[in-house]
Design a protein around this ligand. Structure first.
Ligand SMILES: *Cc1c(COP(=O)(O)O)cnc(C)c1O
Length: 416
């Protein structure tokens, strides 16, 4: 075995010299110019650029209202409040998600009820949702995992039948479409994230979209201390207006500095998505014959947002854990993400709700095997080739080594 086939974790030479950051965003000159413009204008807090960005997102998604916030987490928190979900209510969501999805349910004193996923899509399974509905159930929070839209027809049907609100965790799904409708225009609210690793970034940031005027107004008021409408204009040239505190709100507003980035991220969005699709196809083709499960193709009548490219490593075949594969790839200087360790296995949720391994087998299947590879419009062909090289090297190394181990245990005559 020569040095280049030995994993770097065992002393071989890494595939790359320079570490490849997992979700490094593509920031263009326009974004930089706009941020500088904001800084020079003196208006860096919530202002006209936030309003412009909101209008752009509302037009892009086809939703009547868009409220910019400092995160998707804030969006989900305020959506629950604006939709009237209260302490003691039950909210059904997926265990295959980021903690924020369930944390916000805890924040309002409601109870998160997990329903298992459908393995190939990694999305919440509507059949499993229905089994979890009780008299206390008031809402569903579906998550469009990796950018793949959930089955919204089935989810809407359940919501209608049982009178439930639907708050979409659309943190992965900016630009996704379900049956010719953009994600953001379908449910009571949809919550997008513009966090650094997402497919549209503002550093930190998020947006809630809705078609419900009352929900939109409530979210807006709650997002800025509970101050009455248009409070941000109180220092503008349109004249000082006294604000009144209507509810004890939060501090969740977006700044113009963030919107300045978002405006140009949105302008470059289609172009960036095109590059993501290219990388997706490149990975898909390159990983055909490795011991891993590739993402299934997007469903008919949907558009995937291509937020994450996630492989499921075949740990049954490789006989090593995902952690070993993960650490080995990291040592090759490839940055990775894990989306996600199933929520019911985290101590808080496990302890509080007496959840354990075996409760959500499909989510556990993904949780034990998932690795998200570097996936961004910024990646060069050299970067993506390095990723393929590293994944191929590591998975081949472990499958061959296992083969050798098995062979060494067999009697000589059949061992070759
Ligand atoms: C990133 C993420 C969030 C949180 O988004 P923030 O904007 O950081 O609050 C919520 N849900 C999922 C599934 C995410 O991946």
């Amino acid at each position: 075995m020569n040095n280049s086939t030995v994993p770097a974790i065992f002393g071989g030479s890494p595939v790359r010299k320079k570490f490849l950051i997992f979700g490094s965003p593509k920031i263009g000159k326009e974004e930089i110019k706009e941020v500088v413009d904001s800084l020079k204008s003196g208006w860096i807090g919530t202002g006209p650029k936030v309003a412009r960005f909101e209008k752009m997102v509302s037009e892009f998604t086809g939703a009547k209202y868009a409220i910019a916030l400092n995160s998707a987490t804030a969006g989900m928190h305020l959506s629950l409040i604006a939709c009237g979900i209260k302490s003691g209510d039950e909210v059904i969501t997926t265990p295959m998600t980021f903690a924020a999805t369930a944390n916000v349910i805890e924040h309002i004193g409601a109870t998160p009820i997990f329903a298992d996923i459908d393995t190939p899509t990694m999305n919440i399974d509507p059949i499993k949702i229905e089994k979890k509905i009780t008299k206390k159930t008031k809402a569903i929070i579906p998550v469009h995992m990796a950018g793949r839209p959930c089955n919204m027809t089935q989810i809407r049907k359940l919501a209608k039948a049982y009178n439930l609100k639907v708050i979409e965790d659309a943190a992965h799904a900016f630009g996704a479409k379900y049956r010719n409708k953009k994600i953001g225009s379908i449910s009571d609210t949809s919550c997008f994230s513009f966090y650094v690793t997402k497919n549209l970034v503002t550093g930190e940031g998020g947006m809630v979209t809705t078609n419900d005027k009352r929900v939109a107004e409530k979210i807006r008021i709650y997002s800025l201390h509970g101050m009455s409408k248009d409070a941000w204009k109180r220092y503008s040239d349109s004249g000082f207006k006294h604000y009144m505190i209507e509810v004890p709100g939060f501090k969740y507003n977006m700044m113009d500095l963030q919107a300045a980035i978002g405006i140009h991220q949105l302008k470059a969005f289609e172009q960036n998505q095109k590059r993501r699709r290219e990388v997706w196809d490149f990975y898909n083709h390159a990983f055909k014959n490795l011991p891993l499960i590739r993402p299934t193709d997007p469903e008919k009548n949907t558009e995937h947002a291509y937020h994450l490219y996630t492989i499921l490593v075949d740990i049954d075949k490789l006989k090593v854990s995902r952690e070993i594969i993960q650490q080995s790839l990291h040592a090759e200087n490839i940055g990775l993400g894990i989306h996600f360790v199933s929520l019911h296995l985290h101590p808080f949720y496990a302890n509080k709700y007496k959840l354990k391994r075996g409760d959500f087998p499909n989510s556990e299947f993904v949780s034990d095997r998932t690795i998200s590879l570097p996936f961004s419009a910024k990646l060069t062909d050299k970067d993506t080739k390095d990723v393929v090289k590293a994944v191929t090297k590591i998975l081949n190394y472990f499958s061959e080594n296992q083969l050798k181990k098995i062979r060494s245990k067999l009697p000589k005559a059949i061992g070759n």
